[in-house]
Design a binder for this molecule. Structure first.
Ligand code: SF4
Ligand code: SF4
Length: 199
C-alpha cells in the first residue's frame, strides 16, 4: 500500500504520448488572466485583440463564468499533434492530467473517452500521478483571481484586466501563500489515497 505522503509527490509519473487528442476533444479551453497576458504577448497581439479573436467568457458546467479559448474544431493552437504556444500555454494545460489528484485507477476511468491517451497504459494504482504541489497551488490562484474578475465584470475590459492581472502576479510571487496552498493540496491528495485504500 502506498504511503499517504508519497501519494502526492511520488505517485506514478505520467509521460504524455503527444497524441494531441486532449486538445481536440473539448469545445473550449480555460485561460486565466495571466494566460491572456502571456499568450497575447507571445503572439504579438494586444490582450483585447487576442481575447476578441480567440476567446469568449463562457458559463461553465460548474455554474460560474470563466474565459476560454474557443475550440469548435479543436484548439486553434494545436498544430498537428503539438501545441504551437507550448511555452505560454494556459495553466490548465500545464497541469493536465495530474491536476485531478485522482488515484490513477479512477483517472483512467475518467479519461476512457480518449482511447489514445497514454494514461490508459499505466498500471492501476491507488495514488494520484506525481505532481508539482507549487504548480497546482499556482493553478488555484490563477483560477480564483480569474473567476473573481469575471464575477465582477460582464466582459473583458483591458484596464481593469491589467490591474487584476498585476494582483494575481503579486500573489503568485508570495512564497508563504504558495507554501500554505501546497500543504493544503498535499493534505487533499493524502485524503484521496486514504479513501481509496480504505484506511
Ligand atoms: S493551448 Fe496548447 S496545450 Fe492547450 S489545448 Fe490548445 S493546443 Fe492543447
Ligand atoms: S490525450 Fe493524453 S497522451 Fe494524448 S496528448 Fe493528451 S495527455 Fe498526452
Amino acid at each position: 500500500m502506498a504511503d499517504a505522503d508519497e501519494g502526492f509527490t511520488d505517485g506514478p509519473e505520467f509521460a504524455c504520448g503527444c497524441c494531441g487528442q486532449c486538445c481536440r476533444r473539448d469545445p473550449y479551453y480555460a485561460v486565466s488572466l495571466l494566460d491572456i497576458r502571456n499568450i497575447s504577448m507571445a503572439l504579438g497581439m494586444s490582450p483585447a485583440g487576442f481575447f476578441g479573436k480567440y476567446c469568449a467568457v463562457i458559463d461553465t458546467p460548474g455554474g460560474f463564468r470563466y474565459p476560454a479559448i474557443l475550440a469548435p474544431d479543436g484548439c486553434p493552437f494545436l498544430k498537428g499533434v503539438l501545441c504551437a504556444i507550448h511555452l505560454v500555454k494556459p495553466i490548465g494545460c500545464w497541469v493536465f492530467p495530474e491536476s485531478a489528484l485522482l488515484p490513477v485507477t479512477l483517472l483512467k476511468k475518467s479519461i476512457i473517452a480518449i482511447p489514445t491517451c497514454a494514461i490508459l497504459a499505466l498500471p492501476d494504482d491507488d495514488r494520484p500521478l506525481k505532481a508539482d504541489p507549487e504548480l497546482l497551488a499556482a493553478r488555484d490562484l490563477h483560477f480564483e483571481h480569474t473567476k473573481q474578475y469575471f464575477e465582477e465584470h460582464d466582459a473583458f475590459d483591458e484596464p481593469s484586466w491589467q490591474a487584476a492581472t498585476d494582483r494575481l502576479i503579486e500573489k503568485l510571487q508570495d512564497a508563504d501563500e504558495l507554501g500554505r496552498r501546497s500543504a493544503e493540496l498535499r493534505a487533499k491528495a493524502e485524503a484521496q489515497v486514504k479513501k481509496i485504500s480504505g484506511q
